[in-house]
Design a protein around this ligand. Structure first.
Ligand SMILES: Nc1ncnc2c1ncn2[C@@H]1O[C@H](COP(=O)(O)OP(=O)(O)O)[C@@H](O)[C@H]1O
Ligand SMILES: [Mg+2]
Length: 292
């Protein structure tokens, strides 16, 4: 299925609540849409899903997910393997479009605009929603070119040298690589490579940063560096992180969503409440290690 093929059953232009947001994701409006955040001005969630179902062929991977993800916070998604955490993340920037068998129904909105509407350009969407994966995956290019990559392919204007430097600084990597920007990203250590991928993801100045188990391939020191970095990034970005490490979720997130087998979102709330006093017995059993 091509990136331009809508995968929702909703009629085009169907359910978007706020007409002023209606064209924020349309390609021509990207500059306006990314020019400023409305932090503090509204309690509206940045990401909202309602009755979101995802199927791979006949198999249902997500079952009627309703969630409101707040701005400039770290939201952790936890749950046992196969419960749909990555699938949910990939709905937010429509990476699931690339999976032929995948079908998405329901609402998944970014600032009030359903990203599955017909007029949404997935490339423009992904400029606003950056992503970091489990395995650090720098390109076989220089450190500089890795960070500048998104600027080049998305024709982002401005002083690229400056943006590269700022992105590496925000990713807490500049001090380690400033003297070797021309050397290959592949020569860095695993932890440095992951911070390079974070720098690459934030260079186009997205609003949302999706991270799918970003520290699970790293050693403990590199993990702790990346965890510190994620907390800092939430000052500027809305971060959604999948982790199978519950201590990590408890350490770095403000909100926690617990998905359980069957693709259900069983509980979503403040991280302290979820870990100290979950409402659902199944969540308590999962968190205390009785299963999963
Ligand atoms: N590309 C795919 N094709 C078919 N089934 C998939 C695909 N990706 C994931 N699934 C299935 O969807 C369910 C959720 O997977 P996933 O979102 O990767 O879970 P998690 O990230 O929580 O481990 C699993 O049953 C998995 O087998
Ligand atoms: Mg996963």
């Amino acid at each position: 299925m091509s990136d331009n093929t809508p995968q929702t059953d909703e009629p085009a232009g169907g359910e978007t609540a706020d007409p002023t947001n209606d064209d924020m994701l349309v390609e021509t409006d990207v500059a306006a849409a990314t020019s400023g955040s409305t932090a503090g001005a509204t309690p509206d969630p940045v990401i909202r899903s309602r009755d979101l179902d995802v199927f791979y062929g006949e198999e249902q991977a997500l079952d009627s997910i309703d969630i409101d993800i707040p701005e400039n916070r770290v939201t952790a998604i936890i749950g046992p393997s196969g419960c749909g955490k990555s699938t949910f993340l990939r709905c937010i920037n429509r990476m699931n479009d690339r999976i032929d068998a995948c079908r998405v129904t329901g609402e998944l909105s970014l600032r009030g605009k359903n990203v599955y509407d017909d007029d949404v350009d997935p490339v423009a969407l992904r400029r606003r929603v950056g992503m970091v994966f489990q395995e650090p995956n720098p390109f076989p290019k220089s450190i500089y070119d890795n960070v500048a990559y998104g600027l080049e392919i998305q024709n982002i204007e401005g002083d690229h040298d400056e943006i590269v430097e700022q992105s590496l600084k925000r990713a807490a990597l500049w001090d380690e690589v400033s003297h070797q920007l021309d050397s290959s990203g592949l020569e860095l250590s695993g932890g440095q490579q992951q911070r390079l991928c974070i720098a690459r993801a934030i260079a186009p100045d997205p609003e949302v940063l999706l991270m799918d188990e970003p520290a699970s391939a790293l050693d403990p020191v590199a993990t702790s560096q990346v965890e510190d970095l994620i907390e800092e990034l939430a000052e500027d970005y809305t971060v959604v992180i999948v982790t199978h490490n519950m201590q990590q979720a408890a350490r770095i997130s403000d909100k926690t969503a617990v998905f359980l087998t069957g693709g259900e979102l069983v509980e979503f709330g403040d991280t302290d409440q979820i870990f100290e006093n979950p409402e659902h017995q199944r969540v308590e059993d999962y968190i205390t290690g009785k299963f999963g």
